[in-house]
Design a protein around this ligand. Structure first.
Ligand code: CMX
Ligand code: CO
Length: 144
């Protein structure tokens, strides 16, 4: 089952400047940086809420590290802005994706790939989701 909005992905040209905007404007402090070579991005996860109930949500700021990455292509066409929405699953992302594929939505990867903070991810094609690139996220056990 999809149980929450895990994160909103925001594409940017300058990750450090964008992180500075979000931290200084809103006071978000919990920043996790990583590079995802496979996805071709340098990224920062900003934790938005920390209610202690395991229901944290994040902003994922993403800057392309390769011109042939999906995000570089998107930025060249659209400029900076909201790039995708990610729903969190309470179970296995493989099963979740299979159930959605059965409803006629294209799932982009045959098997889940590595996402932020050790998560497992897959994507649904935006053209099958009313224009929204949609990510499915299975957290590693014990992380929020
Ligand atoms: N949101 C909404 N629509 C999008 C989109 C997005 N993020 N990206 C592409 N589209 C639309 C385009 O506007 C285009 O529509 P038109 O045909 O009407 O112009 C159509 O989808 C095809 O787009 P494209 O520019 O030709 O791009 P591609 O088909 O080469 O790639 C996609 C699109 C979704 C398959 C590719 O972006 C992808 O594989 N995305 C998944 C991986 C990803 O985005 N990784 C970065 C985030 C990593 C993370 O979250 O951890
Ligand atoms: Co994402």
């Amino acid at each position: 089952m999809l149980t929450r909005i895990d994160h909103i992905g925001i594409a940017c040209h300058d990750l450090d400047a964008t992180v500075e905007f979000y931290t200084s404007t809103y006071g978000f402090t919990n920043a996790h940086f990583e590079v995802n070579e496979e996805q071709g991005v340098r990224e920062c996860m900003l934790k938005i809420n920390d209610t202690g109930d395991g229901a944290a949500s994040y902003l994922q700021l993403i800057e392309p590290i390769r011109e042939d990455s999906a995000v570089a292509k998107w930025l060249a066409k659209n400029g900076e802005g909201v790039h995708h929405i990610a729903f969190g699953t309470d179970g296995d992302v493989v099963e979740e994706a299979a159930g959605i594929a059965d409803k006629g939505v294209r799932v982009l990867y045959d098997a889940p790939r590595g996402g932020s903070m050790g998560s497992l991810i897959n994507f649904l094609h935006p053209k099958d989701c009313h224009g929204v690139l949609t990510e499915l996220v299975q957290k590693r056990r014990g992380t929020t």
